[in-house]
Design a protein around this ligand. Structure first.
Ligand code: PBG
Length: 327
């Protein structure tokens, strides 16, 4: 009771504020999304994501070494697939010499200790831009799972440490786990996009990978943003099916979901701060409306405070620079 308690005492200088800090953020918390493209000597800025780049494989070695030197130890790889290789069967996704598979090998060659996580979904490979096989405008569940599980094996064979299914088909985690076990990939983990909402925050990413759906939307497989109980349901099912890490996506608009899963689930939680979140902040900062560094750190701390163990974020490199300056 005031004046016996004055909460401002614990805020009176930086030293005491640091002592009572309840949440820590460090370089160990980040997973870096990496966009890979065909070609040579390409480091191309993504129009919808200022200061974020697509990389050709020959430039990956240098970038991966730089990430590792800065203390970043995990990447999440996405491949931009040539239009001519897209079909409705995921053929290219299973090509053991495909862009994704070559990128995995290159990264592992460059820094063997780098944790390589890979996006497992058909949309970059689909002539329809959907996350599964399309029939009569429906996205088929079980036939898609068969391909996803083979895709996971292909990534594991190339050297991936974790596969990250981002498609939201039912039962795909079980199917992937079974296939990985059958092939002897006992140590390859699954980071499941368990709670992935049908979100318009993915717009800039779809521009980066040229993977926007050619008809309809993704609401028959990604979740309705009005729902919360369903999030718990999805997460529990994925843990039962063998997921090692549960992901919530997008980030800032879904802190309540992270917090709920943190209380109810014993698996580590990842959050994906998605492209639209990145681009909003970048654009506002470019206009001088927001302080980029301060807002970025406020958001990253919020994820940790809500209960996330790890953050997939396009801000990883910038955040590490600030943390090194004792932010
Ligand atoms: C592919 C996938 C998407 C994202 C990650 N994996 C797009 C989508 O589901 O449409 C979005 C990432 C981002 O916006 O940063 N299934």
């Amino acid at each position: 009771m005031y004046p016996l308690n004055r909460n401002r005492r614990l805020r009176s200088c930086a030293s005491i504020r640091n002592l009572v800090k309840e949440t820590q953020l460090s370089v160990n918390d980040f997973i870096v999304p990496l966009f890979v493209v065909e070609g040579k000597n390409i480091k191309k800025e993504i129009v919808s994501m200022p200061d974020y780049f697509q990389w050709s494989i020959d430039l990956l070695d240098k970038e991966i070494k730089e990430l590792w030197r800065s203390g970043l130890k995990a990447v999440l790889v996405f491949a931009k697939i040539d239009e001519s290789l897209k079909d409705n069967k995921g053929t290219e996704a299973l090509n053991n010499d495909g862009l994704m598979q070559r990128a995995i090998k290159t990264i592992k060659n460059s820094v063997p200790e780098m944790l390589v996580m890979t996006d497992v979904a058909l949309d970059p490979y689909s002539s329809y831009g959907h996350d599964g096989i399309v029939q009569n405008s429906n996205v088929l569940n079980d036939p898609t799972n068969n391909i996803l599980s083979e895709m996971a094996v292909s990534h594991a064979t190339a050297g991936a440490n974790f596969v990250a299914p981002s498609d939201m088909m039912d039962g795909r985690v079980l199917k992937i786990r079974q296939r990985l076990e059958n092939e002897g990939f006992f140590e390859v983990g699954i980071m499941s996009y368990s709670v992935k909402y049908a979100s318009s925050f993915y717009g800039p990413f779809r521009n980066a990978l040229d993977s926007a759906p050619s008809f309809g939307d993704k609401k028959t497989y990604q979740m309705d943003f009005s729902n919360k109980k369903e999030a718990l349901n999805e997460a529990i099912k994925d843990v039962e099916e063998g997921a090692d890490i549960i992901m919530v996506k997008p980030g800032i608009a879904y802190l309540d979901i992270i917090s709920l899963l943190y209380q109810k689930i014993n698996s580590p939680i990842a959050v994906y701060q998605v492209s639209g979140e990145y681009s909003m902040l970048k654009t506002a900062a470019e206009k001088g409306f927001l302080d980029f560094n301060q807002v970025m750190m406020e958001q990253l701390f919020a994820f940790k405070r809500a209960g996330a163990s790890m953050i997939v974020t396009y801000h990883a490199k910038d955040a590490v620079k600030l943390l090194n300056q004792n932010f």
